[in-house]
Design a protein around this ligand. Structure first.
Ligand SMILES: NC(=O)c1ccc[n+]([C@@H]2O[C@H](COP(=O)([O-])OP(=O)(O)OC[C@H]3O[C@@H](n4cnc5c(N)ncnc54)[C@H](O)[C@@H]3O)[C@@H](O)[C@H]2O)c1
Length: 249
């Protein structure tokens, strides 16, 4: 199936590694020109060098998605380098898991800032170009955790917030040919989850709770995002695609 992504320009936030890097690669393999952006300068540059070595179109912008000036520079560079912005994947994010009584204000603010404020700033920055083009795809990386997880009041709230934001923008921006959707990953094997002290326990529990008995792979998310970013998904907006091996609760 031709996804119609050839020469589309895609920004993937937090794409130095993990799900973002896999998504950037997948979009580039479909012919998109991808902008890899992250605070991890060396890893972001290495990811771009790897894509370029495979003959794929990629550009690196190092920056912090929570800073409006960095986000404006990101979008300006994407447009200057590749001539537009057609796809935005709001992927940058991390957890700060604690039981609520032990959760600091900083734990709350960091998680809200990177996921909700970051997605707000990036989406606001690309929207004028998407409106001008009469074509756009915004995909927020939410999480199965939007349904709630103990120790994740901050993370679950932010991930549910990304869904609310997508549903509002789907209604607001649809008239311009712009769709806004979410992908909600389940347990995916990436450096972020491997770094958790409870990694082995979470992994065992996740696989036990999933009808499909394997750990999720970054490629699973990349495939779902590529479809939602594609020409083929032009009549789907305000949706949440769960990529969780069939697990919901
Ligand atoms: N791995 C999972 O099981 C899982 C499950 C559900 C949802 N998610 C979500 O998927 C997304 C990617 O997760 P991952 O597992 O690939 O994690 P990861 O830590 O490997 O990747 C996240 C990237 O975001 C970047 N980032 C963090 N703060 C940033 C900032 N301020 N500005 C720019 N970049 C920043 C990090 O440097 C990192 O490269 C996250 O939003 C995460 O919450 C992951």
């Amino acid at each position: 199936m031709d996804l119609g992504l050839k020469d589309k320009v895609a920004i993937v936030t937090g794409s130095a590694r993990g799900l973002g890097a896999a998504t950037a690669r997948r979009l580039a393999e479909e012919g998109a020109k991808v902008v890899v952006t992250d605070i991890l300068a060396e890893q972001a540059q290495a990811t771009v060098a790897d894509l370029q070595a495979k003959g794929l179109a990629a550009h690196c912008v190092v920056g912090d998605i929570t800073k409006a000036a960095d986000v404006e520079r990101l979008v300006a560079e994407a447009v200057a380098t590749f001539g537009g912005v057609h796809v935005l994947v709001n992927n940058a994010g991390f957890p700060r898991d604690k039981y609520l009584v032990k959760m600091s204000e900083e734990d709350w603010d960091l998680v809200m800032n990177v996921m909700l404020k970051g997605a707000f700033l990036a989406t606001r920055a690309v929207m004028p170009k998407m409106i001008e083009q009469g074509w756009g795809r915004v995909i927020n990386i939410s999480s199965r955790a939007h349904l709630g997880n103990p120790t994740q009041a901050n993370y679950s709230a932010a991930k549910a917030g990304l869904i609310g934001m997508a549903k509002a923008l789907a209604i607001e921006q649809g008239r311009y040919g712009i769709t806004v959707n979410c992908v909600a990953p389940g347990f995916m094997e990436t450096e972020m989850v491997q770094a958790l002290p409870t990694y082995e326990t979470i992994k065992e529990r996740a696989v036990a709770a999933q009808p499909i008995k394997r750990v999720g792979r970054p490629q699973d998310i990349a495939d779902a995002v590529a479809f939602l970013a594609s020409e083929r998904a032009g009549f789907i907006s305000g949706e949440v695609v769960h990529v969780t091996g069939g697990r919901y609760g």
